[in-house]
Design a protein around this ligand. Structure first.
Ligand SMILES: Nc1ncnc2c1ncn2[C@@H]1O[C@H](COP(=O)(O)OP(=O)(O)O)[C@@H](O)[C@H]1O
Ligand SMILES: [Mg+2]
Length: 274
């Protein structure tokens, strides 16, 4: 059995919508799977362009059914390309943030039963600073903020970081610059964000890497296939592979690691004793 504390829990968030979160999550999951990791995506985006659509999946149930005790976690999780696993939350996201003690216990038990299969939990979120996005950021061990080089995306990324810091005491963020022209362009985007954060917030922003703007991403989205599968030798796939390798190591063992901790954190955020 695997050491429970080695599960990496990573929330992918952004200030602005349409910057590439869902594409990052789906392709990162596949890249990690190809490195031999077991990956679970929690699709917590309430918006329209969800992981299931991007990967051409048709889930019948979502986490709501588990919360209500109608389905087991294993019956709700669907399998995607290369054996990645997807747990649709959809409308259940709202319910997840307002669980009663009994529902929490049931969910914890379900995750306990499931845990030994998972190395990495990736959480795809809605854009912006809604309560449920904060909820997942606080509960997970790592936060990746995706932005593109547009000034509006950058200001929104900053606003999200600011709220997560001032209201939720989050201090560590990793920045992924998507749709950049090249490495210099991406680093400049990161530098702008880091400079503002340095000046006004005491947070640490780590540069995770960048993905180039690549028309083949549109093609892959239209085909409902991961770009990593459709264009494995493309620039964007190579860049994604490099980013994935940074997540292939087990998590450092600390208080925020592990699925148990993730669920525990969710509970403590909603305010009631466990
Ligand atoms: N690196 C990229 N190069 C070109 N287009 C991209 C890239 N990343 C994302 N896109 C485009 O942006 C759209 C939105 O991406 P998506 O992952 O759904 O964003 P989000 O989940 O943040 O709303 C995609 O449909 C795709 O057409
Ligand atoms: Mg999305």
């Amino acid at each position: 059995m695997r050491n429970r504390k080695t599960v990496r829990t990573i929330t992918i968030a952004s200030g602005k919508g349409g910057v590439g979160k869902t594409n990052v999550v789906a392709n990162l999951a596949i890249a990690l799977r190809k490195m031999g990791k077991e990956v679970l995506i929690l699709d917590a985006d309430l918006g329209l362009s969800n992981v299931d659509i991007l990967l051409h999946l048709a889930p019948r149930y979502n986490i709501q059914h588990v919360i209500r005790g109608e389905k087991r976690l294993k019956d709700v999780i669907v399998e995607g390309p290369h054996g990645i696993k997807v747990l649709p939350a959809s409308s259940g996201v709202q319910e997840l943030t307002h669980l009663d003690a009994f529902q929490r216990m049931r969910l914890l038990e379900e995750f306990e039963a499931y845990e030994e299969d998972i190395d990495v939990l990736l959480i795809d979120t809605s854009a912006g600073i809604s309560e449920n996005v904060a909820f997942f950021c606080v509960a997970s061990r790592e936060i990746v903020i995706v932005t593109n080089p547009e000034p509006t995306a950058l200001t929104d990324a900053y606003a999200l970081i600011k709220v997560l810091f001032t209201r939720y005491q989050e201090k560590e963020f990793r920045i992924l610059v998507n749709s950049a022209r090249n490495s210099a362009d991406a680093k400049e985007v990161y530098r702008k964000l880091a400079t503002a954060a340095d000046r006004f917030l005491s947070v640490s922003l780590d540069y995770l890497g960048y993905l180039p703007y690549d028309k083949s991403v549109h093609e892959a989205v239209r085909a409902q296939r991961p770009f990593l599968d459709m264009y494995p030798d493309g620039a964007v796939s190579k860049a994604l592979g490099e980013i994935a390798s940074r997540f292939a190591e087990p998590a450092r063992e600390d208080a925020k690691g592990g699925l148990q901790f993730f669920i525990g954190n969710l509970f403590s955020m909603t305010g009631e004793a466990r």
